[in-house]
Ligand binder design. Structure first.
Ligand SMILES: Nc1ncnc2c1ncn2[C@@H]1O[C@H](COP(=O)(O)OP(=O)(O)OP(=O)(O)O)[C@@H](O)[C@H]1O
Ligand SMILES: Nc1nc2c(c(=O)[nH]1)N=C(CO)CN2
Length: 329
């Protein structure tokens, strides 16, 4: 199959098992091979028919600079997952080098290489991603269970409401790409997209923070909340979200607002989102998708009622109804 090879993408990161590696950045170097059909692009000369290696390089740098992991195996997996968010890529081989790893002996380099496949792509050496396992299970269950009266083994389909926002860069374009990425995850399907809003920074004391652009989508998913949050964080990282940027400015923020009306108090994944009830920048777009929406939890109520009481109700202004098509923004 055709391929694009990107080598030597280098950035500083804080990955490693040893304590000092958590705080002292060191270089990581990544090589990635993307296997995809380049026949359309080679005829059309159009970037839309391939994947942008510049964009892949940006994703890799964001992931290296992003959230800590102990193992370069894990880093390689994050990078492979982010590459496979581009549906054209059928297979990727990712190598992560750690040339200054803390090894007492003289050494040249240490690296890991992993090979991962796009969901549904058939290959004899198939090493499935977490996401493709779901898709495979979905497929298997839907065929195997055809004759079964009870479908007890079928993964349950859940409904989640996701808040999207950002205030750095071309936010409408970033939000469109994030929606495509969410929909591309096997077992996920976007079922509703709100209008696009410009909103004043909520709960931010600093004066110089740019306005946000916000929207809300609804999706069905076979993932549990933690898996969904991991996927959303990966999409954030792919769009340059790092925890280094000042907390109130970011290219992309993805929050789980609601998941089947489930209530959960774990600070790492609180459901419904603990501040959604006070945020017109979430509630108003949610009503676009579901005018009868109800928020669960301790502050639960009809969203239509909460939106009027939210402190930022007058600072949420619609920009576009058809933004998703690229039309007017
Ligand atoms: N429902 C949820 N959706 C997204 N993240 C959540 C949720 N509940 C808890 N979290 C946790 O919140 C942490 C911080 O998330 P994030 O950096 O997006 O916060 P923030 O955008 O600065 O603030 P806010 O959550 O108020 O929008 C994440 O690491 C995540 O584990
Ligand atoms: N208007 C607006 N304000 C915010 C937003 C946001 O998305 N929109 N996100 C924040 C932290 O997630 C803090 N404040």
């Amino acid at each position: 199959m055709d391929s694009i090879k990107l080598t030597g993408v280098t950035a500083l990161g804080t990955h490693g098992v040893l304590d000092f590696e958590h705080s002292e950045p060191q270089p990581f170097v990544v090589d990635a091979v993307m296997y995809l059909d380049l026949s359309d692009a080679s005829r059309s000369d159009d970037l839309a028919d391939t994947v942008s290696y510049a964009q892949i390089a940006d994703r890799i740098v964001s992931i290296i600079k992003g959230e800590h992991c102990d193992l370069i195996e894990r880093l390689a997996q994050r990078i492979a997952d982010s590459i496979l968010l581009s549906w054209r890529v059928k297979k990727t081989i990712v190598t992560v080098h750690k040339p200054q790893a803390p090894i007492d002996a003289d050494f040249g380099d240490v690296s890991v290489t992993i090979e991962r496949l796009q969901t549904g792509y058939d290959d004899d050496d198939k090493v499935p991603t977490e996401a493709s396992l779901y898709a495979a299970k979905l497929h298997k269950d839907s065929t195997v269970n055809k004759e079964r009266a009870d479908h007890a083994d079928e993964p349950k389909i859940h409904t989640a409401v996701i808040g999207l926002g950002g205030n750095i860069g071309d936010v409408p374009q970033t939000l469109r790409a994030a929606i495509v990425a969410m929909d591309a995850i096997p077992g996920n399907q976007i079922t509703g997209i709100s209008a696009l809003y410009t909103t004043k920074p909520w709960g931010v004391a600093a004066q110089d923070v740019p306005d946000f652009t916000n929207a809300v989508v609804e999706l069905t998913t076979v993932m549990d909340p933690q898996q969904l949050l991991n996927a959303l964080m990966m999409i954030e990282a792919a769009h340059g979200r790092t925890r280094e940027v000042h907390w109130d400015s970011r290219p992309l923020d993805l929050d789980i607002i609601d998941y089947d009306g489930v209530e959960n108090n774990d600070p790492d994944i609180t459901l419904p989102h603990p501040r959604a009830w006070q945020r017109a920048f979430v509630l108003k777009p949610w009503l676009d998708i579901n005018p009868g929406a109800v928020l669960a939890g301790p502050h639960g109520a009809d969203v239509a009622q909460l939106v009027n009481e939210a402190p930022d109700a007058q600072y949420v202004e619609k920009i576009s109804d058809n933004w998703i098509l690229g039309g007017d923004v």
